[in-house]
Design a protein around this ligand. Structure first.
Ligand code: SF4
Length: 372
């Protein structure tokens, strides 16, 4: 007897729990009614699984010094057109205090990659001070690049409990094209760092750029499968946006338009929510750089984390990873974009004062305890 294999429709695929590469590619191509159906299904699945709560993470951009030279990044080591800065300890503590007053529940400390002992010790001290000054009420996520296992352990012991390290692309070939071949930007090294972060005990986050030159739909499908196979706890991914002072540029009339990259990013958020219903997914600022309501659209499509920038306003212009980064000239308390976000998220509950940990991570931990 012969069975005719037919391709599943979008409506059929989104009802499944496991997704083949082929089906993911079909979803990534879904447009019009099919695309809307998929976004709606992802939003509904989020409500059923983790509810309608959005958690804020106050983002502190600690410093734009970076030892790395990623070809697409505005704060890469070789960009001598930017003014380098380092927040003082007082400024970091004040920003954390602001987050606490605003009941954000958590902060993210982000910086270019620095690996020297003075930096490591400073971060350790800041984590300890933030934890003690807020009576352990603020959760701390770190986004400080590739470090050694010993460093990850020190920062974890000091009180940080989530770590974000974007893989940028799960395709080693594409990763090599996005990074200089100087022996310091190795895909395998990045993957090892991500494994060490998880081994240390952090809720582990990663992410990719969407719409980079030379990236295929199959690459994006593989990125989604990578998150699933790695059993990731949180994801922050967004559209690739050029920075004028970097070598990585899409020639005019080539590659995807910004709006195509935006739409593809929304689809990535939605599909990932369908694949991993209980993880944390950030509505990233890069979405907002293309569409003022980008973050809110991502929340409707399945995201549940927003990261208002609480870096003191005078530094924000110097932490430009890409062109048109929003909120660069405002102080945290005046940041209209973030105030607007609160209003336009009126149909969501905002988890003020809550850490908003990844349900996926919590459940994994509980089941490993049960098996002991
Ligand atoms: S992407 Fe990160 S590691 Fe690479 S240059 Fe930019 S800040 Fe540094």
């Amino acid at each position: 007897m012969h069975y005719l294999c037919r391709m599943l429709t979008v409506a059929e695929i989104i009802e499944q729990k496991l997704f083949s590469r082929e089906n993911l590619i079909t979803l990534l191509h879904a447009d019009g009614v099919d695309g809307l159906l998929m976004l709606k299904k992802a939003g509904e699945l989020k409500l059923q699984t983790i509810g309608n709560t959005v958690h804020f993470r106050g983002l502190i951009e600690l410093s734009n010094f970076c030892e790395k030279d990623c070809l697409y990044c505005g704060i890469r080591r070789s960009n001598n057109k930017i003014e380098r800065y380092n927040l003082t300890d007082e400024e970091v503590l004040e920003a954390a205090q602001f987050a606490s007053q605003e009941k954000y529940g958590s902060i993210v400390i982000q910086s270019g990659e620095v690996t020297n002992e003075a930096f490591v010790t400073r971060i350790e001290r800041l984590i300890t001070q933030i934890k003690s000054s807020n009576d352990n009420k603020l959760g701390i996520t770190l986004s400080l690049g590739e470090q050694t296992e010993a460093v990850y352990k020190r920062w974890f012991a000091a009180g940080a409990h989530r770590y974000l390290l974007r893989i940028e692309s799960s395709n080693p070939e594409l990763y090599r094209k996005l990074h200089p071949e100087d022996g310091h930007h190795l895909f395998e090294q990045r993957l090892d760092a991500l494994k060490l972060i998880r081994k240390t005990g952090y809720q582990t986050g990663s992410g990719v750029m969407i719409g980079t030159p030379m990236q295929t739909t199959e690459d994006l499908a593989n990125d989604l499968l990578f998150f699933k196979d790695f059993d990731i706890d949180m994801v922050g991914m967004g559209p690739f946006i050029e920075h004028d002072d970097t070598p990585f540029r899409i020639p005019a009339n080539e590659g995807l338009s910004l709006s195509d990259r935006f739409n593809l990013s929304l689809k990535m958020v939605a599909i990932l929510r369908l694949m991993m219903p209980d993880i944390n997914i950030a509505a990233t600022t890069a979405l907002q750089a293309i569409d003022p309501l980008g973050r809110e659209k991502a929340v409707k499509a399945g995201a549940n984390i927003i990261m208002p920038n609480i870096t003191p306003g005078r530094y924000r212009n110097h932490y430009r990873l890409y062109n048109n980064k929003p909120c660069t000239d405002e102080e945290p308390e005046q940041c209209q974009c973030c105030l607007d976000a609160r209003l336009s998220l009126a149909d969501c509950r905002i988890g003020y004062g809550e850490w908003g940990d990844s349900l996926h991570f919590i459940q994994k931990k509980e089941s490993s305890f049960e098996q002991m």
